[in-house]
Design a protein around this ligand. Structure first.
Ligand SMILES: NC(=O)C1=CN([C@@H]2O[C@H](COP(=O)(O)OP(=O)(O)OC[C@H]3O[C@@H](n4cnc5c(N)ncnc54)[C@H](OP(=O)(O)O)[C@@H]3O)[C@@H](O)[C@H]2O)C=CC1
Ligand SMILES: CC(=O)N[C@@H](CCC(=O)OP(=O)(O)O)C(=O)O
Length: 344
């Protein structure tokens, strides 16, 4: 069995890791941390886990205990993995970070967007961006994984087939994205209150969101150069889910776009290219580690529209993190990730 630790076990991505790993045949959880709930039983806080982890209790983050694990997930705010990852890696523990600490290759750019000093620039060179559909072979060899953000996962998967093939004008790409409120985490915040977030919808970060440099970095790699991206996220009255509507201007006759998308993801277990004419719904991915995509060319004109949906907590975070663990340890890629979505 692979011994696993989770730092930040009381948050939404932490409890989602627990839910997925409860069905993982090769993993045992050795340590799960919370500073505010240390001593509490996991299933006392999360009764959905009763019967799965009855002996497991939250404990204070203890580097020695975490270093006894084969792999540690960080499901923590930005900056926490910076402080602990180096010591764990030195002691032979692999690190899978769900936060943004190691997603940007350029430490100075990270500091600009996150408004704090980069705590571990020396680790950046060895960090692998954990998008399996792009970096599968590098992930297999990695010791430090930066799990992509939720919006960046949906946007990159939707645009990769177009940019890799040079089918759209890379200077003018638009990503219009909607998220459910769990994207903001479990901490109490006014915009997440029922009276604020239900029966209402709003854009935010339109002048610059911290996912913009992350998406530009990934799409730039796919396009082989600079990508001019307009990215506008919105908060919508859903609990879970990301819906991305992506627009590109075709540079010429693109051929069969549906076939191109199907070919690009033919060997990908967690990307579903839906039949031509589809409109994927966020509820069709709720709880599942899958991105569903549909490609449209309205009126056979020069605009291509891609629709991408994921569950922000699964393919957008914890499910993708488990997929990375499976690749790093040479396990079946599906382990712990087979559950279909919940409908309705
Ligand atoms: N929610 C989402 O949809 C997604 C989230 N992410 C990223 O994943 C990470 C976790 O997100 P989420 O689960 O939503 O966050 P939450 O706010 O729900 O949970 C954060 C967790 O981190 C712990 N924590 C907070 N500060 C520290 C600290 N200084 N040291 C150790 N532990 C700490 C908290 O427990 P305690 O304070 O008790 O220690 C808590 O368990 C974030 O970086 C987020 O941006 C990525 C993709 C999607
Ligand atoms: C709705 C909401 O607030 N969403 C968060 C992003 C979700 C997230 O967790 O961001 P990371 O993947 O980078 O960690 C935000 O806009 O900041």
């Amino acid at each position: 069995m692979i011994k696993v630790g989770i730092v930040g076990g009381t948050g939404y991505t932490g409890v989602e890791l627990l839910r997925l790993l409860a069905r993982h045949p090769e993993v045992r959880i050795e340590a799960i941390t919370s500073r505010s709930e240390a001593g509490l039983g996991v299933s006392e806080l999360y009764p959905n886990l009763r019967g799965h982890y009855d002996e497991l209790r939250f404990s204070e983050p203890d580097p020695a205990r975490l270093a006894a694990c084969d792999a540690v997930f960080f499901a923590t705010p930005h900056g926490v993995a910076h402080a602990l990852a180096g010591e764990l890696l030195e002691r032979g523990t692999r690190v899978i970070d769900l936060s943004a600490d190691f997603r940007l290759r350029d430490a100075a750019e990270w500091e600009r967007w996150y408004g704090q000093p980069h705590g571990a620039p020396e680790l950046l060179e060895g960090a692998v961006y954990g998008l399996p559909e792009v970096n599968r072979e590098r992930i297999r060899q990695a010791r430090l994984i930066a799990v992509p953000g939720c919006y960046p996962t949906a946007v990159q998967l939707g645009l990769l087939p177009l940019l890799e093939a040079g089918l759209i004008d890379a200077e003018h790409v638009i990503a219009d994205c909607k998220s459910g409120v769990t994207g903001a985490g479990r901490g109490a915040k006014v915009p997440s209150l029922l009276a604020e977030a239900s029966e209402s919808m709003k854009a935010y970060g339109a002048s610059g969101h911290r996912h913009l440099p992350e998406i530009r970095q990934g799409l730039g790699d796919a396009a082989g150069g600079r990508v001019g991206l307009t990215f506008v996220p919105h908060l919508t009255p859903m609990i879970r889910g990301i819906h991305a509507t992506l627009y590109g201007r075709l540079t010429g006759e693109p051929g069969d776009l549906q076939a191109r998308f199907e070919q690009r993801f033919a060997d990908e277990p967690f990307v579903d290219v839906m039949p031509a004419g589809s409109h994927p719904e966020t509820r069709s991915v709720k709880g599942a580690n899958v991105c569903r995509l549909a490609v449209h060319r309205p009126g056979d004109g020069d605009t291509v529209v891609v629709l991408a949906v994921i569950d922000n907590l699964v393919k957008g975070a914890s499910g993708q993190a488990v997929h990375n663990l499976n690749l790093m340890f040479g396990l079946d890629e599906h382990a712990g990730l087979d559950a279909p979505a919940m409908m309705p």
